[in-house]
Design a protein around this ligand. Structure first.
Ligand code: ZN
Length: 135
């Protein structure tokens, strides 16, 4: 259960949209929470809680949890959408993509209103591009 939670933890940054933080900001989506530093801190913190004082198990547990934590941003970097992943935050705000991106960015769709199609408009889903997240 802890491994599942750690693997999903970086995407809590979608809450940033709720607070008006732009996608491209350091604390925007795929920003700080998708960094190697965050994976190290989240993995070590979770290992401290899970190892429950057993020092012998701590490092083994910490390594496994850190690897699980870092798998999330690395897999996100292999998607073909968004602005990339801030792997080196806080040392750099640069966003990175993997050289090989076979994963379709399927979950980032947003509704588009088409006012010309009726009084209520017609909502359809449009694939988001890097440009649509820049603001
Ligand atoms: Zn993510």
């Amino acid at each position: 259960m802890a491994l599942i939670a750690v693997s999903l933890l970086p995407d809590l940054d979608v809450l940033a949209f709720r607070f008006g933080i732009p996608y491209s900001a350091p604390f925007g989506h795929r920003g700080a929470t998708h960094s190697l530093v965050f994976a190290l801190v989240a993995g070590t913190g979770t290992a401290l809680a899970v190892a429950n004082g057993r020092r012998r198990d701590f490092w083994r547990v910490a390594i496994v949890i850190c690897l699980v934590a870092v798998s999330h941003p690395l897999l996100d970097a292999m998607t073909d959408g968004g602005l990339g992943v801030a792997l080196l935050w806080p040392f750099s705000n640069a966003r990175f993509f993997a050289p090989w991106r076979p994963i379709t960015h399927w979950h980032l769709f947003k509704p588009v209103q088409r006012p010309q199609s009726g009084p209520w408009g017609r909502v359809r889903m449009r694939r988001c591009t890097s440009r649509s997240y820049a603001s």
